[in-house]
Write a protein that binds this ligand. Structure first.
Ligand code: NDP
Length: 328
């Protein structure tokens, strides 16, 4: 019988997540039954959405989340010992699964050095960047895109896809190092939002022809300031609002409807798990762009299962550039 270590949720987050909101416990797993397999975590994902979706029903249960794992025992003919899979197994070292909603990773794509991309650029966040940007922002050559949270896995991919489509790209991120990183990816303008003086003036300067597309990962002041500066028929993808996730009391924003109405803006929310059929198309296109050197990605690796909380909380202080992953 195998023993797993896992993070139980101890309390619903209040403000910024605390280490004491989790507890690491051991669990003895039963023997696998016909149709099941046992998988061992290799890479675990920490994502901003985790902050949003923990509620009272999670307390006492394993923290949810995706991981890349290796099949180490199997009584399921579709998953052989030695296969690698991506599944929503949670923050745990070993998992028994029946294979439902588990992605088997194609080893010609997810080679040893690229296994972690199954959680990042060739996983849920990469699919988010591709599907949300192309379907909502519908880019046209020569148009201007503003992307917030630009140095994260989603934002950095969106900016590069926009460059591939011939757009002008302006990205906001939270440090000078991240600004340099975005410039190295080909962003036309990259701005450290923590040191700029005025967002409105920065936008006027960096977007002389106005803003046609806004891919928002951050919300809050960015959203409130950018919407009135959009061009007529502008498109806005509301994909994340990380600036709001840790707030105990929701902020009140300005009233934006006159701008939305007069400029005939299209503003659309997006949930990646409602677009599962398009994931393979996204991975194929992104894979080809990576192959051709048109799209680059970065990962911030935290070593050790015991350090998952640090990797998670680092998302809210800007510790990561690109995808934050934990090496089990
Ligand atoms: P990121 O790596 O971009 O998220 C972490 C980054 O967000 C940090 O490094 C930090 O960068 C920035 N950040 C944290 N707090 C703030 C703040 N208060 N104000 C401004 N920036 C902040 O994550 P992803 O690329 O994985 O995701 C990007 C966004 O997309 C998230 O909001 C996420 O929730 C959302 N998302 C939505 C999906 C959907 O289906 N709708 C699917 C996947 C992701 P910095 O140093 O620049 O501040």
């Amino acid at each position: 019988m195998a023993t797993a270590r896992k993070y139980n949720v101890e309390a619903v987050f209040k403000g910024a997540p605390k280490k004491s909101d989790f507890k690491i416990v051991e669990e003895t797993l039963p023997a696998i039954k016909d149709g099941e397999f046992l998988a061992e975590a290799i890479w675990l994902s920490v994502d901003p959405y985790m902050r949003l979706f923990v509620n009272s029903s999670n307390v006492g249960n394993t923290m949810f989340g995706e991981q890349v794992a290796k099949v180490i025992e199997s009584k399921n003919e579709n998953f052989k010992v030695g296969d690698y899979v991506a599944g929503m197994f949670g923050w745990r070292t070993k998992t028994i699964s029946n294979g439902d909603q588990v992605r088997k990773l194609d080893r010609s794509v997810y080679t040893d050095d690229k296994l972690s991309t199954g959680l990042g650029i060739l996983g849920m966040p990469g699919a988010t960047a591709y599907i949300a940007f192309l379907s909502i922002c519908a880019p046209k050559e020569g148009e201007t895109l503003v992307v917030t949270g630009a140095a994260g896995v989603v934002g950095s991919a969106v900016g590069q896809i926009a460059k591939i489509k011939g757009c002008r790209v302006v990205g906001f991120a939270g440090s000078d190092e991240k600004v340099q990183y975005l410039k190295s990816l080909g962003f036309d303008e990259a701005i450290n939002y923590k040191t700029m003086t005025s967002l409105k003036e920065t936008l006027e300067k960096t977007c002389p022809k106005g803003i046609d597309m806004f891919f928002d990962n951050v919300g809050g002041e960015f959203y409130d300031t950018i919407i009135p500066q959009m061009n007529t028929s502008g498109r806005v993808a509301v994909v994340g609002c990380i600036s709001q996730y840790n707030l105990e009391n929701p902020e009140k924003g300005p009233r934006l409807n006159p701008s939305i109405l007069a400029k005939e803006l299209t503003i659309k929310g997006f949930v990646i798990y409602n677009h599962l059929p398009r994931w393979p198309e996204a991975f194929k296109a992104i894979g080809e762009w990576i192959e051709k050197g048109q799209l680059k990605y970065n990962e911030t690796v935290t070593e050790g299962f015991d350090n998952m909380f640090d990797a998670f909380s680092g998302l809210f202080t800007g510790k990561n550039t690109g995808k934050a992953v934990v090496k089990a």
